[in-house]
Each structure stands twice: as C-alpha cells, then as structure tokens.
Design a protein around this ligand. Structure first.
Ligand code: ADA
Length: 564
C-alpha cells in the first residue's frame, strides 16, 4: 500500500510489492545473471539472517509484463541509501538519500516482458555526506513502496494546495504542473474538483516536450477547517481531458485540509488559536522490520503516542514514510518534518557534496510532502554547526530554499549550541535540544529560562521556543531503587522533571521528548561506542514498543486534564 487513499482513478498504477530477486555485489557491480536471494519489497535486507549486518551493495530485480506500448512513470518512495535504476539494462536514474521519494519517466516502452533492476548501496562512501555512521542506523534496500504507473503522453507531475483564511472565508492556491512528452504541441482541459464542486476548468496549450505550471486561487465558502481536535480532510481531484473527449486522460488526487499556521507574539497559532505541541521525536526503526514500516506498525506507534496524550511528532532526523504522514493527517497530529542531517560538524559540512545533497533532500521533502495538513513546521540541520559563520551560510541557504518553495509554514532547526548559536535570527521558531539530568546537571526550568532570555537577545526576540529534545537512557526492565542512570526509574524522573518545568512555562510553545522508541545505532567508533547494545535507549517505549516506567509519567503530563 503506497498511500492511505486512492491517488489515481484514471492512471493505471501497479504497486511492485512482493518478492524480488536479490544478489549482493562482490567485486564489480555488473547486472548479475544469477540471484541467490529472494527478498520482500518493501523491506530491508537486514531482515534476512545472513544479511543483518551487511553494509554493501546489492542488486534487486523484478520482471514486469506490459500489455500495451506506453510511457511509464516509476515511483520509488525510499531506497536506502543510494539507488541506480536500470530498465532493460539501461541506466535511467540515480538517487541519493534513503528518506525522500523520487520518480523516473520512461517515455516509450513496448508491450511485452521487461526487467527492472536497482543497484542499492548503503555503504558510507566518500560520495555520502549525510548518511554516515550515526546515532541511528542506515539500513539497506528498497525500504518504502515502489509503483509503476502507465501514463499518457500528457500527464500531471504534481499538485500543490496552499490553504489560507481571508475575509471570513477559506481559500486555496492550487498549482498544477503538467508535462507534455509528445513531439507535438497539445491542447488540453484541466479540471479540478473539491467537496463535490468543480473549482477549476481551464484550457491549456502545452508546447512540445515541456512542463507548464497552472495556478489559480479559489474560494471555498462551505468547507470546515482542519485541526487537531477536528481533522477535516477533503479530496482534491485534478483531471486532464483532450478536447472533445469525455473520458479523462490523466488524473491526480490529493487529500487536503484547510488550516493556517501563524507564528506571532511568541506563539504558534493554528487557525488563529495558540497551540502547545506535546510530542515525540520518532525514528522509523523497529528490530523486526528495520526502517521499512508496514502500516500496522505505523498505526501502533501513533496509537501509543496518542494514548500518552501526544498531539505532535517530530520526524527525527529525516522525512518519514508518506503513509505515516497520511495517518497524522487523519488523526490531527501536528508534524515537525525535518531534512536529513544529524549532528554534522563543520568538517562534515565542508564535504564537497553536502550542500547539494541537502538541497535535493529539501526539494524532494517539500515537493512531495507539501499537501499534508499535518505538517506545520519544516526543520533543517539538527545539531549541525550553527555556532559558526561558515555553518550559518548553510543554515541561511537552506532555510531560504525552503521558504522559497513554501511560504505557508514556519521553519526551524534543533540546536544544541546553547548560548553560542549564531543562526536564531534565521528561523521562525527557536528550538533547543537540552538534556538536563542526563548530559548536564542544570535544573530544567532554570536552563530553559536562561536559554530563552539569551535567545531573545541574540536574534530570537518575540519568537516562540520549542524544546525539541530532552530525555535520558532507560534500559527496558532495568529497575532499581538506587535510581542509577539507565534505570527506568531514573529515566521517568528526568522526563517528569523536564515536563513539569517546560509545560508550565508560557515562553515554551512545544516539547518533543527524545525519543519515542529505542532505536538501533551504527556500530562505530568514538562516542558511538558509548551506546550500550548499539542502541539509543532513550525511548519511552523500547524497540519492541514495550512501555517503560516513563510511559505513565508522560501520560500524566500530556493528558488534556494536566496543568497545561
Ligand atoms: C542529540 C541528537 C539525537 C540523539 C540524542 C542523544 O540531541 O539530536 O539524535 O543522538 O542527542 O541521545 O544523545
């Protein structure tokens, strides 16, 4: 299942889930004749007992039959971490980054049998600036769904929907990108419907082999807004027609919500009302499936978060699966979605590919996830070098890039550069990762007050503040009255003290606990060696989602009847 609703009623979509051939690469990576394994897609190769620590390259292969000649569009929702895609032996796409979708169009494919092969690489090579040994695990494989679409020679590339409230009504800017693959110009009609009403009907002329963007602003007087309390969703269905034809030649369906986000007077406001974000940082990681989540496990994660009373989630430290975002849309969970970059110091940021790999990740994240009403904040560059002038250049460039693509959402970054950050003026929301009671001994309320005062004088005046990480290790089942570090008791105490302090402060507009579940980390050198069991054990549930003592603590503070 690629999404939680039907994306196309006209375009024929085949999901390529199921068993694929697989061969690890030894030596030169030529397309192999013989495949020793059959692996499930979506999936991580680590799920296979012989490959559970394999870091390398591997070929995936799938036979595909097409009944008629057609252009096709192949969509990959996530390949970890580098993909080279071949169609009948011809290289058609290269993509870096496990966590953003990409697609490739093959304009003319004959009827008959074809072979789709993908060379997947999860090594930490010099070509990889963002996937490095880190405090999470870079798995290998086609970790998210793959789909093959039969398209016409004119097709919809994407649709962006931007809602806003003005003069007592809900409005939306609707942008549609349409591509003409043909060697002749085309005239088509674009039609869009929402809530049973046709809101766009427009004839367009498309030049030879070109992409055009159509834009219109529409008023929707009868719709209801989307919010955490009442997450109203609507289907926006866009179709293309050839002149005089009744049956559409292509379509594209988005599920949208009407909501407006403002940041003013130190508050985050949704539809004019101040909200306090109470949530978790979540890694997409589970010992049974790695980073390749089936729907059931995504649902379970959200069920647990909601049982604890959370209204928000931070997709640390990369964009999450679109089905997870679909669930957040349905449940009214506010999402901070962030690009993929964790803890990269100046030396890492100087990597010659860093800027471009971030740029692509930002573009793919914003373009593909633009229409999720649940996403209310874009984040970049968690704990990178925001305390240096050189680092600032990257923060500035990336925040500007995101604002250029999307003016409707505030931007932020989670900083650990307490009292030294030089980039606070660049963000709409101030966000700090602090670990009182774990890495430092400060009293949480006192530390957050001092940080806020300092931030106000250093570029953050009037901006809301989020505590984007706090917590401590708790090893599941390790209980002791001594409450030494690592016990569930100590973890619950740290979490309780922090929540007590942060949620009672007006200046704090949101809290994200580090972290929802324990996660696998890369077996590495240096500080990574401090991770017992090669796990980050700061989860409120363990890796199998078994609640620790802190679960009840969080529930007490997050539940609506708590003092917030
Ligand atoms: C950082 C980082 C997290 C995690 C955490 C920890 O703040 O952003 O990814 O590593 O610390 O557990 O120390």
């Amino acid at each position: 299942m690629i999404r939680l609703y039907c994306k196309h009623r006209v375009r024929a979509v085949t999901e390529l889930e199921g068993m694929w051939d697989f061969a690890p690469v030894e030596g030169h990576p030529a397309i192999p004749d013989c495949y020793d394994y059959r692996l499930p897609v979506p999936g991580c190769w680590e799920s296979h007992p012989e490959l559970n620590t394999y870091r390398g390259r591997g070929w995936y292969r799938k036979e595909i039959q097409l009944e008629q000649q057609t252009p096709i569009r192949l969509e990959f929702k996530g390949v970890s971490h580098t993909a080279d895609v071949y169609w009948d032996g011809h290289h058609i796409a290269h993509h870096y980054n496990a966590y953003t979708p990409f697609y490739v169009v093959v304009p003319d494919v004959s009827a008959g049998n074809h072979e789709l092969t993908v060379l997947v690489d999860n090594r930490f090579t010099p070509e990889s600036a963002l996937h490095i040994p880190n405090d999470y695990y870079t798995y290998g494989g086609l970790i998210r769904p793959v789909a093959l679409e039969r398209i016409a020679d004119v097709f919809i590339d994407r649709v962006h929907f931007t809602p806003f409230y003005q003069d007592g009504n809900w409005w939306a800017d609707i942008e549609t990108w349409i591509t003409n693959l043909a060697a002749e110009s085309k005239t088509i009609t674009l039609q869009a419907d929402l809530a049973g009403e046709t809101c766009i009907a427009q004839t367009l002329h498309l030049a030879v082999q070109s992409t055009v963007k159509h834009q219109s602003t529409v008023c929707f007087p009868t719709v209801k807004p989307w919010s955490h309390q009442d997450p109203q969703l609507y289907y926006l269905s866009v179709q293309l027609y050839r002149a005089e034809e009744k049956h559409p030649l292509d379509d594209w369906i988005e599920r949208v919500g009407f909501r407006q986000i403002e940041v003013a007077d130190g508050q985050i406001r949704i539809n004019g009302k101040a909200v306090t974000l109470k949530g978790f940082c979540r890694h997409e990681d589970h010992p049974l499936v790695g980073s390749s989540f089936p729907l059931q496990l995504m649902v379970q994660d959200l069920d647990l978060m909601e049982q604890m009373g959370a209204n928000a989630v931070r997709t640390a430290h990369y964009p999450h699966d679109e089905r997870f975002l679909d669930l957040c849309d349905e449940r009214g969970i506010y999402v901070w979605e962030e690009n993929h970059a964790r803890g990269l110091d100046l030396e890492r940021m100087r990597h010659p590919l860093f800027a471009n790999q971030c740029k692509t990740c930002n573009r793919e994240m914003v373009q593909h996830h633009y229409n999720h009403p649940s996403i209310i904040i874009w984040g970049v560059l968690n704990e990178c070098s925001s305390d240096t002038e050189e680092g600032r250049v990257h923060y500035k460039t990336q925040l500007h890039q995101i604002r250029t693509m999307d003016r409707s959402r505030p931007v932020s970054f989670a900083s650990d550069k307490h009292f030294t950050d030089r980039c606070l003026d660049l963000a709409d929301i101030l966000s700090f990762n602090i670990y009182p009671g774990w890495y430092i001994e400060d009293e949480p309320g006192d530390l957050s007050d001092r940080l806020y005062q300092w931030a106000e004088q250093n570029g953050g005046k009037g901006k809301p503040m989020i505590i984007s990480e706090f917590g401590g290790d708790g090893f599941y089942g390790y209980r002791s009255l001594t409450k030494v570090k690592g016990t569930e008791e100590r973890q619950a105490e740290i979490i309780g003290r922090c929540l007590q302090a942060f949620l009672s402060r007006e200046a704090i507009a949101g809290v994200f606990i580090w972290q929802f579940c324990d996660c696998r980390v890369t077996e590495g050198e240096g500080w990574l060696l401090t991770r017992a069991k090669t796990m980050n054990s700061k989860g409120i549930v363990d890796e199998y989602r078994r609640p620790k003592l802190a679960y009840e603590t969080v529930r007490r503070f997050f539940s609506p009847e708590s003092h917030t």
